[in-house]
Design a protein around this ligand. Structure first.
Ligand code: C2O
Ligand code: CU
Length: 465
């Protein structure tokens, strides 16, 4: 039981008195728990930015949150109130979605489904208590290809009470930019690529820098928090010069740690690595993306100081997050097929349109931010569902559910652990079974996180009542 200070009690009751605030606090969700003291909101101003990203002069028309250049790494604590006020300093509507965080529906950031558009000059108050510890992120859910493509994506680290202690904690936001030779933005996508694996960026960065050189204590244990924040790129990660274990995927501890040999990370996904730095000062660890024809260095880590002489087995376990147990015996089936669709007329939207429809789920194409029609399914609150997804297309699709997690049950293509995740990278021809406990009421979008696919039809939503 949390003991409320007099100040926070006063604040909480003042908020409850304000119109509409009760919804913020209760949210209608079992996850939000009892009335918690309100946190001071972090101010997150979405704004345009001109910034020298490439080292060759300013790139004009970028977008960011906060004082930055890069959107801040926000920190919250598991089970404690968190609040952020979005101020819209852009000249178009926007919202914030807290990717992977099991928030009450009204805090989820999807225009028309869960909140109003935030128009230029307006603000919106997000307030929730993160139930899970781990690595999450935040980004807009309106004109997403353009807004994310120009910079709007940041990390959210939720600290757990019993997190093991590391000698360094390094968040690394991976993304590309679509820039021409002069360092200025070019067209956000090409239609022929949107109909395939998506349009790739031309300039790769980690933490908004090209091949950054980071440092960490020699012989020390590092928690490397990787986020694939790109709108298109799937990474195959390889590490040279150090041993590392995967300790968490998409915010959740993995059931059994495994070495980072090579691992694919799709847009939207996060990977937490426990990395043991080499003993000798000056030794360099290299993180590379080996997908595609040429391996590309993502970042390097240089060992500094005298060795701390730590070892991976020193590391305590990460406490599992309090996700509900999937009940295989009582589960009903829910089938989904990802498919390419014949071009049909795209709908105009306040949140922009690509002007094309290329993709669908169960043969219905929706862009996610025009008027929704019917939900793909209506789920009963508290029930378990075996979501069977088939990807008969020749392309990979990182498929993401808002508001709830899945447990990975099986794949026809690869061995899996019962990972708890919000984003699963569907390989071509893959069929998976994912266990879902529908414990969070509301309308929740489910979409491919290759944003061109999302915006050209590969989006649907589930209703939990
Ligand atoms: Cu990170 Cu609806 O997405
Ligand atoms: Cu896709």
């Amino acid at each position: 039981m949390t003991i409320l200070s007099r100040r926070s009690l006063l604040k909480a009751s003042a908020l409850l008195g304000a119109s509409g605030a009760a919804g913020l606090l209760a949210g209608g969700s079992g996850l939000a728990g009892a009335l918690k003291p309100q946190a001071e909101p972090t101010v997150l101003k979405a704004r345009p930015l001109d910034f020298d990203l490439t080292g060759k002069g300013q790139t004009r028309g970028m977008m960011t949150y906060g004082e930055g250049p890069m959107p801040p790494v926000l920190r919250a604590r598991q089970g404690e109130a968190f609040a952020a006020r979005l101020l819209n300093g852009l000249d178009e509507p926007t919202t914030v979605h807290w990717h992977g965080v099991r928030v009450p529906n009204g805090m989820d950031g999807v225009p028309l489904l869960s909140q109003p558009y935030v128009y230029p000059g307006d603000h919106f108050d997000y307030a929730f208590t993160p139930p899970d510890a781990g690595t999450f992120w935040y980004h807009p859910h309106c004109n997403t290809l353009e807004q994310m493509g120009r910079g709007l994506a940041g990390m959210l680290v939720v600290e757990g009470k019993d997190d093991p202690s590391f000698d360094a904690d390094l968040p690394l936001l991976l993304r590309d930019w679509r820039l021409g030779g002069n360092g200025q933005f070019i067209e956000a996508f090409k239609a022929r690529d949107a109909a395939k694996s998506g349009t790739y960026g031309t300039f790769r960065t980690a933490n908004w820098r090209k091949e950054p050189e980071l440092s960490a204590p020699a012989g020390g244990l590092v928690r490397l928090r990787l986020l694939a924040a790109d709108v298109t790129r799937i990474y195959t990660l390889k590490l040279d010069g150090a041993t590392a274990q995967v300790i968490a995927l998409d915010g959740n501890p993995v059931p059994n740690r495994f070495p980072l040999d090579t691992l694919m990370l799709g847009p939207g996904q996060r990977l937490d690595l426990a990395l043991l730095m080499p003993e000798s000062e000056g030794a360099v660890v290299t993180l590379t993306d080996i997908r595609g024809s040429q391996p590309k260095v993502i970042a390097t880590l240089k060992a500094t100081g005298a060795s701390l002489k730590r070892a991976l087995p020193d590391l305590g376990v990460l406490t599992a997050n309090p996700v509900p147990d999937f009940d295989a015996g009582a589960a009903s089936n829910l089938d989904m097929q990802l498919s390419a669709t014949a071009e049909s007329a795209p709908k105009q939207s306040i949140c922009g349109t690509l002007g094309y429809t290329f993709w669908s789920i169960n043969n219905v194409a929706w862009s996610g931010d025009t008027d929704p029609t019917a939900p793909l399914a209506e789920l009963k609150q508290g029930r378990s569902y075996r979501v069977r997804i088939a990807n008969p297309t020749p392309h990979a699709h990182p498929i993401h559910l808002h508001g709830m997690n899945f447990v990975v049950l099986s794949s026809n293509m690869r061995p899996v652990q019962p990972f708890v995740t919000d984003t699963w990278l569907m390989l071509p021809d893959e069929k998976v079974e994912l266990g879902l406990v529908a414990d969070n009421p509301g309308d929740w979008v489910f979409h491919c996180h290759i944003i061109e696919h999302q915006k050209s039809g590969m989006t649907t939503y589930l209703r939990v009542v």
